[in-house]
Write a protein of this length. Structure first.
Length: 389
């Protein structure tokens, strides 16, 4: 088997890259470890920057998102029973789109099928070879046989736990990481959202977030201990705790119901540099992780895909490899700014086990500054709606 760009990982990064390249006449094969149902059952991101919305259109998969997604012009920030609004539209002239990652992924799979581009699921032991030559290849196990895929380039879109990053020799690979001493317990429920806009709540009992997927499907999160397991939390316990962390008027309106998904995600900041090694290019969670406060993970993956797809188009169409040469540097410049924002917003909203009385006062002052200062709100809004590509 041979292709131009072999894509390891059939999550949103790999599929979006594949679709953009396909539209530019560049062949790809996507190798995915899991089944399609498994990939589509992962409940993750819900907020898309306009940069990602534009990429979905460029990939020819924007129609359902335009029909079913919700434009959000602002967000609410709560502290105890007080809340204030960050007005994205007034502060930046821009907005975000609420449309689930699951739907993004489904639309991309369908477009890929319609284009007849190959996606191989249930691939095991995926291993890239000869990445530092002009003729890399990948070996993998599928349906009981070993296969070989020859290619010009390998896109490592295999998420945080994937094997691609490890191919960059340790002498040239640098990894910076911060772990946070808490996680997010998330619940999806078939109930109408408590608010038209997201509520990010800083409470004395810990952070809470009210989000949504559509008019009848809500997504809620509460900060929890890293040692907690979803089974420790009955639905009633979850709703009681959420109500205590959000403003009383929202708690009174909150409609509860059975959870249809419940999971815990640890919070982490992580960046791997460089994002290119020979003919291997990393995209998305394979190279970097942000804590979910601020909804940047999928959006940062999308900006990588934007830079890499353009670089590959320049290479194949104009025989110009400058975009590929500069990919790592260009992508990382934006990633670090987004890492800063996600770290800052996480620090602002959570309770830390080792937070001193002084730290707490500083956090309260920072929240008051954001509430009262338009320049601070604009800085926050610019990052939330997405920094330019
Ligand atoms: P993914 O989605 O992890 O996909 C990687 C794919 O690679 C496959 N894979 C392999 N395939 C072949 N061989 C191997 N050896 C392989 N190993 C792995 C995996 O099966 C998988 O299909 O990475 P990708 O494509 O880079 O996409 C990144 C996003 O998924 C991620 O950044 C976001 O979900 C993060 N995130 C959010 N991002 C946002 O922009 N906005 C949000 O609102 C938001 N909310 C969230 C989030 C992540 C969360 N969790 C659970 C971590 C909320 C949560 C709770
Ligand atoms: C979500 O809806 O899953 C979501 C929204 C905003 C975030 C994180 C997650 O900051």
């Amino acid at each position: 088997m041979r292709t131009q760009v072999a894509i390891i990982g059939g999550g949103p990064s790999g599929l979006l890259l594949g679709q953009l390249l396909h539209r530019a006449g560049i062949d790809t094969v996507v190798l995915e470890r899991r089944s399609r149902d498994y990939v589509l059952s992962r409940i993750r991101a819900g907020v898309l920057e306009t940069g990602l919305v534009d990429l979905m259109h460029e990939a020819g998969v924007g129609a359902r998102m335009d029909r079913e997604g919700f434009i959000h012009d602002g967000t609410l920030i709560a502290k105890g029973d007080e809340q204030f609004r960050i007005d994205f539209e007034r502060l930046t002239g821009r907005h975000v789109m609420v449309y689930g990652q699951t739907e993004v992924t489904r639309d991309l799979y369908e477009a890929r099928d319609a284009a007849g581009a190959p996606t191989l699921h249930d691939c095991r032991g995926v291993k890239p070879h000869d990445l530092d030559t002009a003729a890399p290849f990948i070996t993998f196990l599928r349906d009981g046989a070993v296969h070989r895929l020859d290619c010009d380039f390998v896109a490592g879109c295999d998420g945080y736990h994937g094997p691609c990053r490890q191919e960059i020799p340790t002498e040239v690979r640098r990894e910076d990481e911060k772990t946070y001493p808490f996680g997010w317990l998330g619940v999806l429920s078939e109930t109408p959202p408590v608010s038209d806009e997201l509520i990010y709540a800083n409470s004395a009992r810990g952070f809470a977030l009210c989000s949504m997927r559509n008019a009848t499907l809500s997504r809620y999160y509460i900060q929890c201990d890293l040692s907690d397991s979803p089974d420790d939390w009955t639905d009633d316990m979850f709703w009681d705790e959420l109500k205590r962390r959000i403003p009383a008027e929202a708690a009174e309106r909150l409609e509860t119901g059975p959870s249809i998904e419940k999971s815990i995600a640890p919070l982490r900041s992580f960046v791997c540099e460089p994002m290119r090694w020979g003919r291997l290019f990393l995209c998305g969670d394979a190279a970097h992780i942000v804590p979910p406060t601020g909804a940047k993970g999928l959006n940062t993956a999308a900006s990588d895909v934007h830079y890499l797809s353009n670089a590959l188009k320049r290479f194949y169409h104009d025989r110009d490899d400058e975009g590929l040469e500069r990919y790592s540097e260009t992508a990382l410049a934006r990633i670090w700014k987004t890492e800063r924002f996600s770290w800052w917003f996480s620090s602002l909203m959570h309770r830390y086990p080792d937070q001193s009385a002084f730290d707490l006062r500083i956090q309260q002052a920072e929240l008051a500054f954001l509430r009262d200062n338009e320049a601070a709100q604009r800085a926050m809004a610019e990052s939330y709606v997405g920094l330019p590509y």
